[in-house]
Design a binder for this molecule. Structure first.
Ligand code: 5GP
Length: 191
């Protein structure tokens, strides 16, 4: 990956975005303080309980790893893989279930961890699906929310940052499967 300076990164590989520039939107320090704040809030809401934390693959794996290590309550983890995006940078309009959770969530507190909410399609789909299993409670955490775009039929319990309607990468989020390892969030520059 080519980092021109710490504020600009170019997309590597030979995909359709190769060579495009991405500019710094949220730096690593801001991310880490926000994650600590979210973990403190969540820990305070579940005293004496042991929620199942469900990460939505692939994008949430970095955020989830940092978040759970800052929790001060007992918890379990599981993962689900959903897809509403193809390899391009806009939603395909339908959600596909690529990998289901293995845990039995009936009668349990569930906390869903999402990297980013764009149209809200993925999270709306998941909420209905999880509620069919009759958990005691379901809460949603997202690191990023495109609040001008998202159409949600319910409030998101914990939001890290509201961001503009731009395609972003880093901290687990990809562009053509690249740049997930960046420790900050970068936004695609217009051509
Ligand atoms: P939604 O269903 O809310 O439209 O989109 C949710 C999913 O689309 C996210 O979990 C993520 O995988 C992908 N997505 C949406 N916006 C972005 C973005 O700006 N960058 C990246 N890398 N993925 C995004």
């Amino acid at each position: 990956m080519a980092i021109i300076d710490d504020k600009l990164v170019t997309v590597p590989g030979d995909g359709s975005f190769a060579g495009r520039e991405m500019e710094l939107l949220i730096d690593a320090g801001e991310l880490q303080s926000k994650v600590a704040e979210l973990a403190e809030d969540i820990s305070g809401k579940y005293p004496g309980r042991c929620p199942i934390i469900i990460g939505i693959l692939n994008g949430s794996f970095v955020f989830m790893a940092d978040l759970v290590r800052k929790l001060t309550i007992p918890f379990e983890v599981d993962f689900i893989k959903l897809s509403s995006y193809g390899s391009e940078t806009s939603s395909s309009g339908t959600v596909r279930l690529l990998k289901d959770i293995s845990a039995d969530i009936t009668g349990r507190d569930v906390i869903v961890v999402e990297d980013i909410i764009d149209t809200g399609l993925t999270i709306n789909f998941l909420r209905h699906r999880l509620e069919e299993a009759r958990p005691t409670s379901v809460a949603f955490v997202t690191l990023l929310l495109k609040d001008e775009v998202a159409k949600l039929d319910f409030p998101i319990d914990y939001v890290g940052f509201n961001i503009p309607n731009r395609y972003v990468v880093g901290y687990g989020l990809d562009i053509d499967q690249q740049l997930r390892g960046l420790d900050a969030i970068y936004a695609l520059k217009e051509n």
